[in-house]
Design a protein around this ligand. Structure first.
Ligand code: SF4
Length: 435
């Protein structure tokens, strides 16, 4: 079995103005303003995905939305729709730098330290207008975390802003992504947080050679020391320990209680993929209950505030009925799978079909871990380790335990062979069939 990479490593992300070619056509990424689309925007984008693409829409791990199957001929029409919605940036560089994630429940989260929506908006405006920052690597990203129920503590970003309590008043801590975790520099008032993040990005550019794809985590010890020495004098000292600052993300699906009789729903898309018809049905039900906006998350779960528990249940029922995930115990939530064939030319394997077949088997076994099914060693669906990885090569799957798609498989077989005796897969991770 040959495990040499058969894929092209890309150093940039697709955008609306800079689409990426894929097996099923161009991928056009649409970045929401501050992590939210209005319901009308979402419906317009879903219709545009059908009209100008193939109707497949991906929710991305950077909390964006991608329209697939666009052609060179249909791209201008799609651009017109995105521009009419006010979501098209003036230049590809200005678009690429608007790489910002914000806590999905910002402003409605009962446990948040601070509503960070204003900081997110100011940072997004600054990034789009500061031409000096457009030379940042296109994957260079920012996070604005409210420190609440759905914190983004587990997500990586080159520059992180996190609302904390340093004493009684909320302040904003700033941290840098390094090889050994977040390097917290200090804190500042919420009013100056966006400006400080932008200044930190400028200092990063001073210590990185022009035109490299170097990220914050690639900085040398000297580069990091320079950045610290420039930024720390203007920040307040942090008195909180790293555990308090770093926290853990909580990705909730289903009904979420926001307190004081308020509710939200979390709805996941299997493998991050939604179709025009699913979004149309979901949006129709939400509109009937007066829902105005949808919030995106890096977990590819859509969140929306809803007017009550019964509205939430009705919306979750519609979501489940059209093939979305509305139940936190759904085994599909534990499985990641790349698009595979025929969308991607790097494999002949129907990875997502195989993932659904495997999900149907999961409840029979004492296996509570995570699964990653990858058409090849590139591992597009998941860069972190999974408990069980099936990695494709030459029409078969290799089994990697507790690793990534780039790991060395212990054995390999066709999916049919692996599932003819499901014990082969689950025995590899020490799981037993329920009696
Ligand atoms: S991991 Fe999947 S989507 Fe990515 S290149 Fe390989 S086969 Fe294609």
């Amino acid at each position: 079995m040959n495990h040499a990479p058969a894929f092209e490593v890309k150093g940039w992300c697709p955008g609306a103005l800079r689409p990426m070619q894929s097996g099923d056509g161009l991928i056009v990424r649409v970045r929401p303003r501050c992590g939210k689309f209005t319901l009308d925007e979402l419906v317009a984008l879903a219709e545009a995905a059908r009209r100008f693409g193939n109707g497949h829409i991906d929710l991305t791990r950077r909390a964006n939305l991608q329209i697939r199957g666009v052609s060179d001929q249909s791209l201008p029409g799609l651009h017109d729709v995105i521009a009419r919605l006010g979501l098209l940036d003036p230049t590809p560089e200005g678009e690429a730098i608007r790489n910002l994630m914000i806590s999905p429940l910002a402003g409605i989260d009962p446990d948040e330290t601070l509503d960070v929506g204003g900081i997110g908006r100011e940072l997004a405006r600054g990034l789009a207008s500061e031409r000096g920052l457009w030379s940042l690597p296109s994957k260079f990203g920012f996070i604005v975390d409210n420190g609440g129920t759905l914190t983004l503590a587990d997500e990586r970003a080159d520059i992180r802003l996190a609302a904390i309590r340093n004493g009684t008043d909320p302040v904003v801590a700033i941290g840098l992504d390094t090889q050994v975790g977040v390097d917290w520099l200090g804190s500042m008032s919420p009013a100056t947080a966006a400006a400080v993040a932008i200044e930190t990005a400028y200092v990063f550019l001073e210590v990185t050679p022009n035109g490299t794809r170097q990220r914050m985590r690639d900085l040398s010890a000297d580069g990091l020391a320079f950045l610290r020495s420039r930024m720390r004098p203007r920040l307040d000292r942090l008195t909180l320990g790293p555990q308090k600052l770093n926290g853990r993300s909580d990705r909730r699906v289903g009904l979420l209680e926001l307190g004081s009789g308020r509710f939200a729903v979390g709805i996941a898309a299997p493998f991050g993929r939604v179709e025009t018809d699913q979004l149309r049905k979901l949006a129709g039900e939400m509109a009937a209950f007066g829902v105005k906006e949808i919030r995106l998350s890096p977990w590819r779960i859509l969140y929306a505030e809803v007017p009550g528990a019964s509205a939430a249940r009705a919306i979750l029922n519609v979501a489940a009925g059209c093939g979305l995930i509305a139940d936190a115990s759904d085994p599909l939530l534990r499985i990641e799978a790349c698009p595979g064939a025929p969308a991607c030319r790097s494999t002949s394997l129907d990875t997502r079909g195989d993932a659904r077949r495997l999900a149907a088997l999961l409840p029979q076994f004492s296996f509570e871990g995570t699964v990653h099914i990858s058409g090849c060693a590139k591992g597009c669906a998941k860069s972190a380790a999974a408990d069980l990885v099936l990695v494709g090569a030459e029409g078969k799957y290799g089994i990697v335990r507790n690793g990534t798609a780039g790991g060395r498989p212990a054995s390999c077989a066709s999916f049919a062979e692996l599932t003819a005796d499901t014990g082969i897969i689950f025995a590899s991770v020490g799981a037993r069939r329920h009696e």
